[in-house]
Design a protein around this ligand. Structure first.
Ligand code: FCB
Length: 455
């Protein structure tokens, strides 16, 4: 074993990420709240309810943990249905509450990054067709203007939209194999199954992103604006099979590449139909926000001539899986996507990365091995500027309810009691010292020492 140290750059951003509906509680004016009331929509009939009570006392408690972990950054989202509960009716008290939250973050030297849209829509927007219709674009732009005007003295770091690809696939393509076609679980509102709509939704969200990007820059010269893009690895199950490679490549283009081509080159309207170039969309990323979780093995499957485009996801028998078979733990994949994004020349922030692990037996090792890949990327001159772990605290995991626990802080939803997990202590040490060394690995994940620091 060698004694060695992996140093991170001095101005590196260390934080966690959260989303309004998953932590605030009582968000009863959005489409997710309505969806939660429907039978069979959420695993075990669970509901977001009070969530982590961020609209009550929970926010301050969790920010104390973030400060205790020496975080210097945090990604949170604002809830459109609180700020504009009815069309054109603005709730200034909600904006004031967000102002207080931002001030309280600054008071702890935690720099906020704000997401404007993280999966939820006000019910009135959903009723008008949500992102199926381009008429939502100007509504989102108007909302963006309102938020930026109200908060711009407290934040200049913005994510327009979170994961257009995931939003569209889970809301509009129920049969894609990650979720069992026989049950609606894993499905997002509005729970449709319509490929054409799925593609329109992505395009409209990208247009919404472009409109918001320009609106923010008009209001705030120094703003840094990006989109949080979920990227996965799609590897052929049998690397020697041309057909497996073909389906894996297709999935990669649709899931990963479409959004990148849109933000950088203004291309939309693919993969079905002709691409069109939208000038306003071109170069609308001051940085790329990367959400990375896992990889999927893909194999050619003649029976899947439907929206799966002849591909089936197959489990990798060798893989270590996280709770609930959420996905393979594959740290190298983080380096592979960072390298790919590095070729764009844009700064990169890892805006989400984490795993469900209720008993916290995998998370310490997950953190160390993933951050090692980040370090490796930085050493290859890939401009990774920050890392936001998903998530600060256990929260409402959409259609999976409360079964999947992603927090560095453990939450008892009933009593609202919290406890810092051991992985939270580890993350705190990394954020404070800005490095990972042999001693730290020895204490938190001794089984990794020889692999990470071979003699
Ligand atoms: C991402 C979402 C985030 C959370 C994590 C686990 O796709 O952006 O809200 O649910 O997955």
């Amino acid at each position: 074993m060698a004694k060695a140290t992996m140093y991170f750059p001095p101005d590196f951003k260390w934080g966690c990420a959260t989303a309004a509906h998953q932590v605030e509680g009582g968000n009863d004016k959005n489409d997710w709240w309505a969806w939660e009331q429907g039978p069979g929509h959420i695993r075990g009939g669970q509901k977001s309810g009070k969530a982590a009570d961020w609209w009550g006392k929970g926010f301050e408690k969790d920010m104390d943990f973030a400060a205790q972990m020496h975080n210097n950054a945090h990604r949170l989202s604002v809830e459109w249905s609180r700020i504009e509960p009815q069309e054109g009716r603005w709730d200034d008290a909600a904006l004031d509450r967000y102002r207080d939250m931002l001030k309280s973050m600054h008071g702890r030297n935690i720099e906020p990054m704000i997401t404007l849209h993280h999966f939820t829509n006000p019910v009135w927007v959903a009723e008008r067709g949500g992102w199926e219709t381009p008429s939502t674009v100007p509504l989102f732009e108007r909302f963006t203007v309102k938020v930026v005007e109200a908060l711009k003295d407290l934040c200049d770091f913005w994510i327009t939209i979170n994961e257009p690809n995931v939003y569209s696939i889970l809301g509009y393509m129920r049969n894609v194999d990650a979720h069992d076609p026989a049950t609606p679980q894993g499905t997002f509102p509005p729970g449709k199954d319509d490929l054409k709509l799925a593609l329109a939704v992505v395009d409209n969200m990208l247009l919404g992103h472009a409109a918001a990007y320009h609106a923010i820059h008009r209001l705030q010269e120094q703003a840094r604006v990006g989109l949080a893009h979920h990227m996965r690895l799609f590897d052929p199950f049998r690397p020697g099979s041309l057909l497996d490679r073909w389906v894996a490549g297709n999935r990669d283009r649709i899931f990963n590449q479409v959004v990148i081509d849109a933000m950088l080159h203004g291309k939309i309207g693919r993969p079905i139909g002709l691409a069109r170039r939208v000038r306003l969309l071109r170069n609308t990323a001051d940085f790329i926000g990367l959400n990375y979780y896992t990889r999927e093995y893909t194999r050619f499957d003649r029976s899947r001539a439907d929206t799966a485009m002849f591909g089936s996801a197959v489990p990798n028998p060798q893989a270590e899986m996280s709770d609930g078979n959420y996905g393979e733990i594959y740290p190298r994949g983080l380096f592979r996507v960072l390298k790919r994004l590095g070729s764009t020349g844009k700064p990169i922030y890892i805006t989400e990365n984490g795993l469900p692990d209720a008993d916290d037996d995998q998370r310490p090792c997950f953190l160390i091995t993933h951050l090692r890949q980040v370090w490796h990327a930085i050493n290859q001159s890939i401009p990774v500027m920050g890392y936001y772990h998903w998530s600060l605290v256990d929260n409402f995991e959409w259609a999976e309810g409360w079964d999947l626990r992603f927090g560095l802080v453990e939450l008892d939803v009933e009593t609202q009691e919290r406890r810092l997990r051991r992985s939270g202590e580890l993350y705190g040490e990394i954020c404070q010292s800005n490095k990972i060394d042999t001693d730290l690995v020895q204490r938190y994940a001794p089984e990794m020492v020889e692999t990470l620091f071979p003699g």
